[in-house]
Ligand binder design. Structure first.
Ligand code: AMP
Length: 516
């Protein structure tokens, strides 16, 4: 039976996911999946009537690559996942829904049924991707209590480990930490201040298209080049051969974290080649990727208004921080050896579990065990017309790195007498040109007051919640107006329900409820 006092934390990663809860002793603990592993590959195999998530699905990239959806997190914010699966189009959040459903069912087997979860997202996720993540949870039949930023979750786990959250030995000393989080598909950097139970983000930045996968790809391209030179054929032409080779390359990358040398064997159309790779060569092949993270790290520190001397600790999380080049770069720029005491694979899920517990306590009327303050990772703006050039421009209302919650208002004036509607295009991004920003959606106000005079002020108030989600209110002549937000690439409530029914039906082996 579902227990409403039970909630878990989910680190929904691009390549691997993990689930944690607070155990009977009060400690955050990772829940092993039904295969007995602490992490589950975030991959989904569509196999006829069956949908298989996790280890089996990722293995299938070697034999059935066309039907495997992996890295769907990278597609969040797009209308459909970049490839058709068994001839069908899926929204990326529905694929995430399948992953979340497997994580939920596996965890429920061990701790009992539950619905409530906290899911982590990259700090650099925009509003559209944040909503899509919440929608994925809904489609999996979960109640998403909150979404929190991955580096914040890691900082909470660190705080817990230090005893900051334990009532008996509370550490009040203020610490400023820089969290460097490099996972399978995303990179996040956040400067945080921890003081007792207060966790305050000072600045955040990142790249949602940079992660371990890109390091794998560099090895793959290197091996393919050698293979082509030898045999004049390209294994990437065949998705299954490419899938097999990618698995070999990822393996070699992991080996290179522990040893100086690794080998990759490429086997295609009866031809084979063994390619040796040294750690040094690997570093050379991926230098520009590392440089990108270094540049963003420096920029974020600058945005926080601090210098390296002010940083007490550099904390690394995410599987890719096991690559020695990460530690080397961070030591080099900060003059401090990064702290790797947190489990790179589990820390984020642990932080999410602590956050989930805190929300349950709060709901039960207890005082919260910790306070979290975030900043927005992208500037919020509206599309405006430049008076001089008549060209569209991004009118920024809430600049990035503003402490959340934050709100801003903009007054629009009606253009003519009796105007009935007004439409506002909302975007996120730093560029002055709206085309280079992320469209969030359109806010439409219909039914403006009858015979409204020309130039009547229409006040639109934008508010970011603590979790980076946006709400809007519209007022005309002190009266709140009904409005509608049409979101970019987002599913309607009916579509969400339909996908939820489908995911649950697939689980039960009945797939008639499908509706795209
Ligand atoms: P995460 O999303 O934090 O689970 O990170 C997953 C990424 O970490 C994947 O790209 C893995 O290939 C990578 N990874 C895991 N272990 C290692 C390792 N020992 N060396 C290098 N990369 C690793």
């Amino acid at each position: 039976m579902e227990d409403s006092f039970r909630a878990v934390g989910i680190d929904l990663g691009t390549t691997y996911s993990a689930v944690a809860h607070i155990d009977e002793t009060g400690r955050p603990t990772t829940i092993v999946n039904s295969e007995g592993d602490l992490v589950t590959p975030s991959a989904v195999l569509f196999d006829g009537q069956h949908v298989i998530v996790g280890k089996e699905a990722i293995k299938a990239v070697a034999t059935d690559a066309e039907n495997v959806a992996d890295c769907s997190k990278r597609d969040l914010g797009q209308k459909i996942y970049h490839k058709r699966l068994e001839g069908r189009e899926y929204p990326p959040e529905a694929i995430q829904g399948f992953v979340l459903r497997k994580l939920k069912q596996d965890a429920a087997r061990l701790i009992g049924d539950f619905k409530k979860v906290v899911i982590t997202v990259p700090a650099y996720f925009d509003e559209v991707k944040r909503k899509a993540t919440q929608d994925g949870g809904y489609m999996a039949g979960l109640e998403v209590l909150d979404i929190i930023n991955e580096p914040t979750a890691a900082a909470i786990a660190y705080g817990y480990q230090q005893g900051i959250l334990n009532d008996k030995h509370e550490v009040a000393r203020r610490q400023r930490i820089l969290v460097y989080d490099l996972g399978g598909g995303t990179f996040d950097i956040t400067v945080m201040e921890i003081e007792g139970k207060d966790f305050t983000a000072l600045a955040t930045d990142g790249d949602v298209l940079l992660g371990g996968r890109d390091w794998d790809q560099r090895i793959l391209d290197f091996v393919v080049e050698k293979f082509q030179a030898e045999h004049a054929i390209d294994p990437r032409e065949d998705p299954c051969a490419a899938g097999r080779l990618w698995r070999e390359c990822e393996d070699a990358k992991r080996t290179l974290s522990a040893r100086e040398k690794a080998a990759v064997t490429c086997d295609y159309q009866g031809k084979a080649l063994r390619v040796e790779l040294t750690r040094e060569k690997f570093q050379e092949l991926t230098r520009d990727l590392m440089d990108r993270t270094e540049f963003t790290t420096r920029q974020t520190l600058q945005a926080s208004g601090l210098s390296w001397d002010d940083i007490d600790l550099v904390l690394t999380v995410g599987g890719s921080t096991r690559m020695p080049m990460v530690e080397k770069m961070l030591t080099n720029i900060s003059g401090k050896k990064p702290n790797r005491s947190l489990s790179a694979d589990e820390a984020v899920a642990h932080g999410a579990a602590l956050r989930a517990q805190m929300l349950l306590q709060q709901a039960a009327g207890e005082s919260p065990a910790l306070k979290i303050k975030n900043v927005n990772s992208h500037s919020l703006g509206v599309v405006a017309t430049d008076a001089k050039t008549s060209r569209s421009r991004n009118a920024i209302l809430i600049p990035r790195n503003t402490p959340l919650p934050a709100s801003a208002k903009r007054i629009f004036k009606s253009h003519r007498e009796g105007q009935k509607t007004v439409l506002v295009n909302i975007i996120e991004g730093e560029s002055s040109s709206p085309e280079d920003c992320m469209p969030i959606g359109q806010c439409t106000v219909r039914d403006l007051p009858e015979n409204m005079a020309m130039h009547t002020p229409i006040e639109v108030r934008f508010r970011y919640l603590e979790n980076g989600r946006l709400t809007i209110t519209v007022n005309v002549e002190d009266q709140e107006m009904l409005h509608e937000i049409t979101r970019e690439n987002s599913l309607s409530p009916e579509q969400l329900d339909s996908w939820r029914d489908y995911i649950l039906a697939v689980e039960k082996g009945q797939t008639e409820a499908a509706d795209g």
